[in-house]
Structures are given as structure tokens and as C-alpha cells.
Design a protein around this ligand. Structure first.
Ligand SMILES: Nc1ncnc2c1ncn2[C@@H]1O[C@H](COP(=O)(O)OP(=O)(O)O)[C@@H](O)[C@H]1O
Ligand SMILES: [Mg+2]
Length: 471
């Protein structure tokens, strides 16, 4: 996961009724590449090769026996890790690659926006390339002329449109490519990762345009790193892994399964490296040492160690300690820090109502947080143990324990925390009018209603118990 941890808050679109007519049929498609085998890993191998007996090539299946159907008018996403075969499958659908096995049937005019510069002739100007692309799409000169102004305007390349595209920057290629692909009225549009290029304003226009095309019934096949974008835009999704189709189905289901798998892999990797991360000894620590914190561990409700906590979900943090000189009623502290070093929270066992009594030997105390408010990110934790009167600090660790928080479904993306408040309207509460309000005559009467005559509160009008007693 990257880029602002993928804005997961985006409202997941309602499912649409999809046509049972196919736009694209991918039938048992395989694409094999022949790779030169010149990687000599050791001397012996090199010698063997020199004798000409080693294989010069090895075959590599970038897409392996994939079958799927893209319904007419649907927006269809391809997801999967880097190198999983998404671009290869797109190129095969676009007719740039011939499949080694199987067959692709496209029912409609395909326009593809693949890697930067693909489909352009470098010596031709932007305008000439528009004609070229239109012709490839089977459009007449008249049809292309009709779209020309819109394409140039959308691309924002008015000043460069008669310059050979070989001098364009990659951002300019993408602008022109997108402008052509979406404005030449394709029946099937194929888009690979482009939305990540270009400035934010352009990206937003691209997204708006994709949404428009989608609403107009264009079939779209799209690859993106942004799961949030895929979920927002797509009806169905196919998940590829090492060229194989792992899952295919409604966008939210497949994206969730994919995310779960990515998280599980990350979790495994983190758990394996966790203890290197939390090596506390050697760093500066305070305290008399009567009690020592020996570890801080995040665990789930089953007591299983978890390197990844989940926003909005329960998490338990255990403080492991060892007592060198018995003490009575020590207080255990935990402190949570943002990546920028902001002190976010500092719960302690005394405020939490836990009395430890006399402690000796090793032990564990834990605090369970029912719904972790921290937004996705990495947090530091430090722990401390002090005497019941706070006069003596027995131990205070550096901020060397890490907690990674991952997203779960929707969350409020801004700031550091989720508050998960309950929103409702209050027609019964008179609104405070603006201080500089114009005389009543100027208004449409909208504000008058609220003032003296509280509307009746419908039974379901929310006004939850949290705000009870107001009316
Ligand atoms: N023209 C090619 N020749 C040889 N190998 C290729 C070629 N194109 C892609 N590959 C390989 O095929 C695999 C899938 O690549 P690609 O389809 O680009 O994956 P993705 O788009 O999912 O990142 C990768 O291992 C890549 O190196
Ligand atoms: Mg790719």
C-alpha cells in the first residue's frame, strides 16, 4: 500500500445491473515470452553454457490460462502485484500481443491507453497523431475533425499540438493519449495505470471523464495501483497473480480478498522481523531498574501477536515486565506517538482502575482498546513503570516499539484519528442565524422556519441518546 494509504474512505458505489452480453471474451488465454537465458550464476554454469549445452532461452508465461468475460457496458478492473501480467493481458486484449494460447473476442471498437507513448508516431505532430489514432480506430476524417477541438482542449496542449510528439514530456504524452482515447468515442476503452501520471488536476479530469464514459455505457477495462479507485469505479474485478487468475467477481469482494491477502503477507513479514524492530536494550532508558519493561506486544483478542493493528478494530497492548526489587502498586504507562513525534495518547493502569498490588518476578499487564482510533500509519509506543506515588520511575523505555495500523473499509482520512461520531439532522433545534444576515426580505424564507416554530421531530429523527435532553 502506498500513496496516502489509498483513500479507503471513498464511498463504494452501489452495484449496477450488468448486461449479460459480453464486450470482451477472454478464453483460456496464455501469453508466453521467450527470455534470453544469459544470467550466469556461477563459473561452472558459465562453462557449461559455453559448451553450448545449456538452454539459451527459457519460456515464461506472463499470462497463463486466463478466462474471463467483460460484460458490455461494465467497468472492469485488473488487480495484482507488479509483474502479475495485468499489462500483458491488456495488450493482448488490445491486439498488441497475439495470445500464445486461447482466444480473445472483442465485440466493439477498442481504444487502448497503454504505456506512455504507445500508439504515437514520434515524427508526427500531436494533431497528426490524433488523425492517425482515429484512423486506427476506424473513424472517418470527418468524425475525427468533429472531435479535434475537444481533444486538444482536454489535453491542454494547444501550444504544442503542431510540434512533433518526440519532444513531448511523458506527462504531455499521457495528456494527449488520454484525450484521444476518451474523446474518439470508443466502445471499449482499455486504460493501464495512467491515472497515476500527470498532476492532480489532470488526474481528476481523467477520473471524471472515465465516470462519464462509464455512465454513457462505454465498456472500460482498467488497471490501477489504487484499490480505492478500482473499488469506486469498477463493477467487476479480476485478480491476477503470476499470470494466473486468482479471483474474479464483484469489485468490492475481489478487492477485499486481495487486500486481505496483501495484509496477511505483510503481517507475516512484519512478524518475522518484529523482534529486530523492538530491540530496546542499548538505547537510552530511564529509571531505577526495580521493575524493567521487557517487551511491549500488540495482540489480538485471541492473544496472538499482531504486528498490524486495524483502524476501528479492537487491539490489546501487553506490557511485559520483570521485577528485580518487589514493589507495591506500581503504575504502568503506555505512550503513543505519531510518526512526526506527536504525543497522541498516554493511558496508564492507575487511571484505568487496575491495582497491581505487590509485584515480584516477571508479569504481564495489558490494556484492551475496543476500537483503535488511530488512522492507518506507523506509530511508536513507549512504556514506563513508576511507583504508586509517581515519585520513583522504575523504568521508561525509548519510543522503540512500533505499531502499524492498517485500514479497514471506510474511515475518515484526514488528521490522525477516527472519531466515528454519529451524524444526524436536528430540525427541532433553532439554528443560530448569521450575524450579518441581510434583512428578511432578501432571503428566500429558508431561515425563518427554524426560528420560532420548531418542526415536529419525527420519531426516527436520530437525535441520538448521546445528544439526549436537548429538545
Ligand atoms: N515483452 C516482454 N518480454 C518478456 N517478458 C515480458 C514482456 N512483457 C512483460 N514481460 C514480463 O511478464 C511479466 C508480467 O508483466 P506485466 O504484464 O507488465 O505485469 P504487470 O502489468 O502486472 O506489472 C513480468 O515478469 C514481465 O517482466
Ligand atoms: Mg503493468
Amino acid at each position: 500500500m502506498s500513496s496516502a494509504e489509498e483513500n479507503w474512505h471513498s464511498p463504494i458505489q452501489a452495484r449496477r445491473e450488468l448486461s449479460s452480453e459480453p464486450a470482451i471474451e477472454v478464453k483460456s488465454v496464455g501469453k508466453k515470452f521467450r527470455m534470453a537465458n544469459d544470467r550466469r550464476t556461477n563459473v561452472k554454469e558459465a562453462l557449461v553454457r559455453r559448451g553450448g549445452r545449456g538452454p539459451k532461452h527459457r519460456d515464461f508465461w506472463a499470462v497463463d490460462d486466463v478466462s474471463l468475460t467483460v460484460p458490455k457496458g461494465s467497468t472492469y478492473g485488473l488487480i495484482g502485484h507488479n509483474g502479475s501480467g495485468k499489462s500483458t493481458l491488456l495488450k493482448t486484449i488490445a491486439g498488441i500481443h497475439l495470445p500464445t494460447n486461447g482466444e480473445i473476442v472483442a465485440h466493439g471498437r477498442v481504444s487502448a491507453l497503454l504505456e506512455v507513448g504507445a500508439g504515437f508516431h514520434p515524427e508526427l505532430s500531436g494533431r497528426e497523431n490524433i488523425y492517425l489514432n482515429g484512423a486506427i480506430l476506424g473513424m472517418t476524417r470527418k468524425q475525427i475533425d468533429a472531435a479535434m477541438d475537444e481533444i486538444i482542449e482536454f489535453s491542454g496542449l494547444e501550444d504544442f499540438i503542431d510540434t512533433p510528439v518526440k519532444v513531448y514530456s511523458s506527462g504531455m504524452y499521457v495528456r494527449l493519449g488520454f484525450a484521444i482515447a476518451v474523446n474518439l468515442d470508443p466502445e471499449i476503452l482499455i486504460v493501464d495505470e495512467i491515472v497515476a501520471v500527470g498532476d492532480e488536476e489532470f488526474q481528476r479530469r481523467c477520473m471524471d471523464h472515465l465516470h462519464d464514459l462509464r455512465d454513457r455505457g462505454t465498456t472500460i477495462v482498467v488497471v490501477s495501483h489504487s484499490l480505492a479507485m478500482i473499488q469506486r469505479l469498477c463493477d467487476r474485478v479480476a485478480w491476477l497473480d503470476h499470470g494466473h487468475l486468482v479471483a474474479e467477481g464483484p469489485a468490492d469482494e475481489v478487492c477485499e480478498a486481495y487486500l486481505a491477502s496483501v495484509n496477511a503477507a505483510e503481517e507475516k513479514q512484519l512478524t518475522e522481523s518484529a523482534h529486530k524492530d523492538t530491540a530496546v536494550e542499548g538505547e537510552e532508558r530511564e529509571g531505577t531498574g526495580a521493575v524493567r519493561v521487557t517487551d511491549v506486544v500488540t495482540v489480538d483478542d485471541d492473544g496472538e501477536p499482531r504486528s498490524l493493528a486495524t483502524n476501528g478494530k479492537p487491539i490489546t497492548i501487553q506490557v511485559h515486565y520483570d521485577v528485580h526489587e518487589p514493589v507495591t502498586d506500581p503504575i504502568v504507562f503506555l505512550d503513543f506517538w505519531s510518526e512526526l513525534g506527536l504525543h497522541l495518547a498516554g493511558p496508564n493502569s492507575w487511571l484505568g482502575g487496575l491495582q497491581l498490588g505487590e509485584v515480584s518476578g516477571p508479569g504481564v499487564v495489558e490494556v484492551r482498546i475496543p476500537a483503535l482510533p488511530f488512522l492507518p500509519g506507523v506509530y511508536s509506543i513507549s512504556a514506563a513503570v513508576a511507583s504508586s506515588t509517581l515519585e520513583v520511575v522504575y523504568d521508561r523505555t525509548p519510543k522503540s516499539y512500533r505499531m502499524r495500523v492498517r485500514p479497514s473499509g471506510k474511515y475518515e482520512p484526514d488528521g490522525l484519528m477516527t472519531l466515528e461520531g454519529e451524524w444526524s439532522t436536528r430540525p427541532d433545534v433553532p439554528a443560530v442565524p448569521a450575524a450579518d444576515r441581510l434583512p428578511a426580505a432578501a432571503g428566500t424564507g429558508a431561515t425563518a422556519a427554524g426560528a420560532g416554530t420548531p418542526a415536529e421531530v419525527p420519531a426516527a429523527a436520530g437525535s441520538s441518546s448521546a445528544q439526549g435532553g436537548v429538545a
